[in-house]
Write a protein that binds this ligand. Sequence first.
Ligand code: ZN
Length: 172
Amino acid sequence: MPQSMYMRVYPDAVLRQKAKRVAADRFEEQLAGLASLMTRMMYEEKGVGLAAPQVGVSLRLIVVDPSQERDSPLVLVNPRVVDAKGRDVDEEGCLSVPGVRAKVRRRDRVTVEYETVTGERQGVDADGLLARIFQHEIDHLDGTLFIDRLGPAGKLTVRHAVRELEKRGRGR
Ligand code: ZN
């Protein structure tokens, strides 16, 4: 694994950057390699999704796998939500915000368009957990974390844990 690829933790600056679109000429072996490293890291950390900025790579690429069996990874390049319906509130956590969990309001159903690692255009409809993961991971590509989406009460609940992470971040 390249030395710079490790799990980035809040308040690491890369998590706040708007990630770059993957250009057409970048659809090559390199991209598949990045996706497979990220997939391995997602499984090792027992996550259901991972965005490239979380491993220090500011590119619009996410991997997700909501399956119990952990055998159905999906890689989405340049993903974007093109349609959304309904509302749903459920608890979320994030590998980049360890020790923090909170209820987040999301859209209940989404349609996501993306490209595969070989540059093929695809679309997928999702609801429930998968829809939530897509929204959480695509947020990462815009520098947004789930703790940003909490209301005043939710922010108060996580305030202490978030401050602890900030203190540790300054110590690094
Ligand atoms: Zn996350």
